[in-house]
Each structure stands twice: as C-alpha cells, then as structure tokens.
Design a protein around this ligand. Structure first.
Ligand SMILES: Nc1nc(=O)c2c([nH]1)NC[C@@H]1CN(c3ccc(C(=O)N[C@@H](CCC(=O)O)C(=O)O)cc3)C=[N+]21
Length: 421
C-alpha cells in the first residue's frame, strides 16, 4: 500500500484531532532553497522521500462526512506553529481529493544567510521595506512589564505568577516552555512549571488546572499546545478559569472579542503581538483593507477580529479561497498565519503593503548546525522589494508572542488585585 505523508488531522469523532505520533521533521524539498548544499547521500535520501511524499494544501475524504483540515490549517489549535514539522504517515484506503492550488505557490524564493541580520540583508537586497523589528519591540515590552512587576511588588507585595503545563517530551514544546520561563524570570514574574509524561490522563491534567485555578499565587495558566492526541483539548482549555486564561483561548473570551461593545479579558498572545507591532510602527488600521491568511482559532481568526475592532475592512483567506493572490494584492495590511514556507510571494502584495508574517516553518539547511532554519509564510526577499514594512522570521512575531504572554500575566495579576494604575 502506498503511504503518503499527510498534513494534517481529521475533525471527526472517529479520528483524533491530533497526530498519532510526532513524525520526524521532514520539510518539503521544494522549499529548500539550496538542494546542492546537501551531500550525495542526503540528495539520494531526499529524492527517495520526494517520490513517496505528497503535500496537500487541502484534502477531503470522499465519503463526505469526514473532512480533513488542510495544510492551510492556519497554525490551527492543536498544531500551533508546528504544522510544518509534523507530517503524518497516512495508510489510507480512502480516495483523496487534492487541492494543490495554494500550496503549489510555495516554492523557493531566495535565501537569507544566517550570518546576516534581517536589517543588513534588507539593505543588501536593495529594498525599500522597513524591517519591523519584533525582537527589539518585544525587549522594550518585557522591560515595561518588568518595571510594573517591580512596582506591584513594592507597593502591594504581590508578585505575578504564571503556571505552565507541558505534557510529553516534544523538543519544540520544551524549548518554547523554557523560553517562556526564562522570560518570566527576567521580568520578575514567578513561573510554576508542571511537566507531565506523554501518557498522563486527562483527569491528571484537569486536577493540575483546578489546583492552579484556586491557587492565589497563580495569575496566569498556560497549557502548552499541541496536546497528546488522547487528551481532549477543548475540555482542557475550557477548564482553565477565564480570569487566568492568559492565552485567551477560552470560548467566552473569544466570544467577547467578536462582539461589539464587549471586551475580552485577554487578547490571545500571537495576534496581540501582531497588533502591537502595527501600533508601535505607527501603521494606520482604521479604514484600511486587511487580509488575514489562515483561520486558526489561535492566530488567524482572533487577528481578523482585532483588525475589525480597529475598523479595518477584513478578508480572510483559507484553503478554499479562490484567487488568494488577487485578494491579498488589494490589502494594505497582510497577516499570514498558515505554516507554509514562502507561500506569499512578492506578486501577492500591493506595493506599500505592511506585512506581518506569523509562520515559523523549518526548512532544510545543511549549513545550519541544527540542519534546518526557520522561514516565514512570506517570501521575505520578494516582500522586501514590494512592501513598505515586513516582519522577519525569526525576530518578528515569535518574540512578541512571549512578550504578550508576560503582559497578559501582569494584567491578570493587576485585575485580580484591583490595581488601578
Ligand atoms: N498554549 C500555547 N500558547 C502559545 O503561545 C504557544 C503554544 N501553546 N504552543 C506553541 C506556540 C509557539 N509559540 C511561539 C513562541 C515564541 C516563538 C519565538 O520566540 N520564536 C523566535 C525564535 C525561534 C527559534 O529560533 O527557534 C523567533 O521567531 O524569532 C515562537 C513560537 C507559542 N506558542
């Protein structure tokens, strides 16, 4: 039986909504900008894998009732930011309908040498776009948070606390959690970490959450996603007290975000980071056309709601969108969160557009000690020539996500302790 590597999972009770097991990272070869950098063996291995690998931008199981989410899964909840690392072996006997339209756009588009900072590269590439420096802004925000944390401690003797729950031993999740902890410590926020083995039960998880819900020294609770497939993500996220849900994933919180005249308790960290970058770079949003590529619960959808709250006219692009290129080209602001390397080409952009690239996609890089490097959803070099401002990857939205987590934890502690300033 032929086996395909399929991204991603099925939304059906019959099928778990999470990967069967993490599969070794296998980046699509056609986004490798420099296949010649591979040695002979690696090239052979690559050719072999290519033969048996089909990437989907969307797929349907023909029997109808079961629909698979697409590659344009939009950093969707259980696959957050890791879609491109997780490829599932699929031993299906079902007929698959492929829609390669969008994905076929994701081809190599130049290379950024790791030796150069984004800023130097932008200049070297003779571009006009301003580089939106997320790393710098995130640092400023972390310092602002640290100042307020110190003030809280001095004035009322309260130190904000963040609880992080990690299940399993995924390397990328461990790295993210470690970085979050480090950032907390640097800002003076106390972090509490619970590491659970992969095979822990949902009940154990719920017990930890319920303990944190009632623990007065904890002001924020974060469950690192994705969760192992035997856990029900919806149940778990719903059990986090809305007052402490610093990720802002609680459905009631999202409902408030979507409604006029209501305010959410927390704005989800990644979209909040995107908005903060637009604000701090003085990008006007009111009355502008904004396109959000990807409709995940944690990035695309809340990002569109936030832009709309600030009076932009929004369009959302997803795996079933016809003419994504044409629609994107009308946008003054583009936020891309799909997890497909180099999907958005220069030709997709209106001259002068502002581009926020949320994608974090690993692509092979034999020159990198890790064997891969990270690129965004947007072809950076091309975007630099057309857009007026672009976020780099890394160094763009990623660091902002962590800064926003600290900011949400601080505001939670302030709200709980009724701090007025
Ligand atoms: N409950 C939950 N909340 C999250 O906010 C959440 C999550 N689960 N699961 C995983 C994703 C991923 N995520 C990132 C945070 C920081 C960087 C980041 O700092 N990236 C750097 C460095 C990247 C590198 O070099 O490895 C950059 O883009 O410059 C990236 C990704 C938060 N996530």
């Amino acid at each position: 039986m032929k086996s395909y590597y399929v991204k991603y999972f099925f939304h059906s009770p019959k099928y778990p909504s999470q990967p069967r097991k993490p599969f070794p990272f296998l980046p699509p070869s056609h986004v490798n900008p420099n296949p010649n950098s591979l040695n002979q063996d690696q090239q052979e291995e690559r050719k072999k894998k290519n033969k048996e690998t089909i990437f989907f931008s969307s797929l349907k199981l023909c029997k109808g009732s079961i629909m698979a989410s697409s590659l344009l899964l939009d950093l969707s909840s259980s696959s957050y930011s890791t879609t491109s690392r997780l490829l599932l072996p699929f031993h299906g006997n079902k007929t698959l309908t492929l829609n390669r339209r969008l994905f076929s756009k994701a081809v190599p588009c130049g290379r950024r040498s790791p030796a150069f900072s984004p800023v130097t590269m932008a200049m070297a590439a003779d571009t006009s776009a301003k580089i939106i420096d997320g790393k710098l802004i995130a640092k400023q925000i972390r310092e602002e948070v640290a100042g307020e944390v110190a003030r809280m401690k001095n004035e009322i003797g309260i130190v904000p606390g963040l609880a992080v729950i990690l299940v399993g031993s995924r390397k990328d999740s461990q790295t993210y959690v470690r970085n979050k902890k480090k950032a907390c410590e640097a800002a003076g926020i106390i972090s509490y970490e619970v590491d659970l083995p992969e095979d822990s039960t949902e009940e154990e998880m719920l017990k930890h959450i319920s303990d944190f819900n009632t623990d007065p020294s904890v002001h924020g609770i974060l469950v690192q996603l994705p969760l192992p497939r035997h856990m029900n993500e919806e149940n778990i996220l719903n059990s986090i007290s809305i007052e402490k849900d610093v990720d802002g994933f609680h459905p009631l919180n999202i409902g408030r975000l979507a409604m006029q005249g209501r305010d959410p308790l927390f704005i989800p960290c990644t979209p909040k980071g995107c908005m903060e970058l637009l604000h701090r770079y003085g990008v006007e949003i009111k009355g502008k056309r904004a396109v959000v590529i990807g409709r995940s619960n944690i990035v695309g959808m809340p990002a569109a709601l936030l832009l709309q709250r600030e009076n932009a006219t929004i369009s959302m692009i997803h795996s079933y969108t016809r003419n994504p290129e044409e629609i994107t080209r009308q946008a003054d602001i583009v936020i891309s969160a799909v997890g497909v390397a180099n999907l958005v080409r220069g030709s997709w952009l209106k001259p002068g557009a502002v581009v926020i690239d949320v994608g974090i996609n690993p692509v092979d890089d034999a020159e990198d000690p890790r064997g891969y490097r990270l690129v965004g959803d947007v072809c950076y070099e091309e975007a630099c020539k057309v857009a007026s401002a672009v976020t780099p990857v890394p160094g763009g939205v990623g660091p902002m996500t962590i800064a926003m987590l600290l900011s949400n934890t601080l505001s939670s502690a302030k709200r709980i302790h009724r701090v007025e300033w």
